[in-house]
Write a protein that binds this ligand. Structure first.
Ligand code: PLP
Length: 441
């Protein structure tokens, strides 16, 4: 075999060795078609592929790259950590430092919020552990989740999930037993009456309601006015826990995640939070956090088991610490501003091309939904009913112009502190032609 160089050659080799040629389904470009670009380096707002093509990146490693790619302060901290050893398999000071940073950001004036933290390696592990913890702490089995919310790929949470499951149009996953599925009740997002009904019928069996802080895996779908507060109220009323999944939004929407812009302002708190992505600054780290008396159910202080060979890995902790230390108020203001610019230009370009759409936006997270302006998108049924076929041509026109969008209409667009005006201008310049491609689809 000759040494593969082009994206096509690399994809062919990868497909021979790995299912679909990928290690995570959406990367295979299944819903947009074409050959995935094989990236070989990343810096600031840019990615460069194996053929030497440079793209403005709007995927941001699927969220972690809040400060942009290869931020010097994070790279320096990672180098120092590597020099000290790749892992100790023991406790070490950087774990406590990252936990302190999380707690200091995610707390109300009384110090309630992320009171205790357990580091894990992925968002999937965080939500899986949070569910086990909720069951262990309440002695109940049922979990309620919302259709279109994605909480990772643990068995019980794959029913009607967003992200890649939505992209592939799957109802769930093969390999999940009926017993596991039967312990998850799925209802439409933003549907208070359905939540009331489930609690009226089975309230005493419900261990937890898990929700994305603001859904962003069926495209971005803002919670209706007071919806999260309602989840808080109804779970408290029935002795169930509220798990607020901030894997996507944590330390991204504000310095205290989406809770910082909602619960902290409105005066409510979930029992448990899950974090991922930004907390690891690009390396594999995630966390479960929450009320002390619940967190203390985790082993070794309590009977709910969780462990991890790489939990709290020192190199990942160093990346997380450096990322949070440099995620200042200015960073969030910059990202919010640039997101406003790109989202407005996206809407204008689609209007100019006569493409019916809605821009779904919460803080700096946004996505586009085609053919939805009449009904809007406030749940999964509406997200799925959109004219998704317009996204492939739109995506490829942007790619052609050197802009790397998420390869699925159901994923959010991520900006970073490194998206300066020059990078944003490249996105703006590419939009009109892409909008025409969407119109022609
Ligand atoms: C809200 C949410 N929860 C959980 C996960 C799972 O995280 P991971 O991919 O790190 O397992 C994701 C991943 O996109 C997510 O967006």
């Amino acid at each position: 075999m000759t040494n593969p160089q082009t994206n096509q050659q690399l994809f062919d080799s990868a497909r021979d060795l790995m299912p679909g040629g990928v290690n995570s389904p959406v990367r295979a470009f299944g819903s947009v078609g074409g050959t995935p670009a094989f990236m070989v380096s990343a810096e600031g707002p840019y990615l460069t592929d194996a053929e030497g093509t440079q793209y403005v990146d709007l995927v941001g490693s699927w969220g972690p790259a809040l400060l942009g790619h290869k931020p010097p302060q994070v790279i320096e901290a990672v180098h120092a950590a590597v020099d000290a050893g790749l892992g100790f398999g023991t406790s070490h000071p950087a774990e406590t430092r990252l936990a302190e940073l999380v707690r200091s950001r995610v707390q109300d004036e009384a110090g309630r919020g992320a009171e205790m933290i357990r580091m894990v390696s992925t968002g999937t592990e965080a939500t899986m552990t949070a569910i086990r913890l909720a069951r262990g702490a309440t002695g109940r089995n049922l979990v309620i989740k919302f259709a279109g919310c994605y909480h990772g790929h643990s068995d019980g949470l794959l029913a009607a999930a967003g992200s890649g499951v939505a992209t592939l149009g799957l109802p769930g996953s093969a390999g999940v037993t009926e017993a596991q599925a039967s312990e998850t009740i799925v209802i439409e997002y933003n549907d208070r009456a359905a939540l009331e009904q489930v609690f009226a019928e089975r309230g005493d069996d419900v261990a937890a309601v898990i929700t994305e802080a603001t859904p962003a895996n069926m495209g971005v779908v803002p919670p209706g006015e007071g919806f999260n507060a309602f989840i808080r109220e109804i779970t408290s009323r029935h002795g169930a826990l509220m798990i607020f999944d901030e894997v996507m939004t944590g330390f991204r929407i504000t310095e205290a995640g989406y809770w910082g812009a909602s619960g902290r302002v409105e005066g409510w708190l979930p029992d448990l939070f899950t974090f991922g992505k930004v907390i690891g600054g690009g390396l594999p780290t995630a966390a479960v956090a929450g009320r002390r008396e619940i967190m203390e159910h985790l082993a070794p202080t309590g009977p709910v088991y969780h462990a991890g060979t790489l939990s709290g890995n020192p190199v990942a902790m160093a990346a997380g610490v450096a990322t949070l230390e440099h995620a200042t108020a200015e960073v969030y203001q910059h990202i919010d501003r640039q997101a406003d610019v790109v989202a407005s230009a996206l809407g204008e370009a689609l209007d100019a091309a006569g493409v019916d759409h809605s821009i779904q936006k919460v803080g700096s997270l946004f996505s586009v939904a085609f053919g939805t302006s009449a009904a809007g998108v406030s749940n999964y049924a509406q997200a799925q009913a959109q004219e998704a076929f317009r996204y492939g041509p739109f995506f490829h026109a942007m790619l052609e112009a050197g802009v790397y969008l998420p390869p699925s209409v159901f994923e959010a667009w991520f900006l970073s502190a490194a998206h300066d005006d020059a990078a944003v201008q490249r996105i703006l310049d590419a939009l009109p032609k892409a909008a025409e491609a969407a119109a022609a689809a």
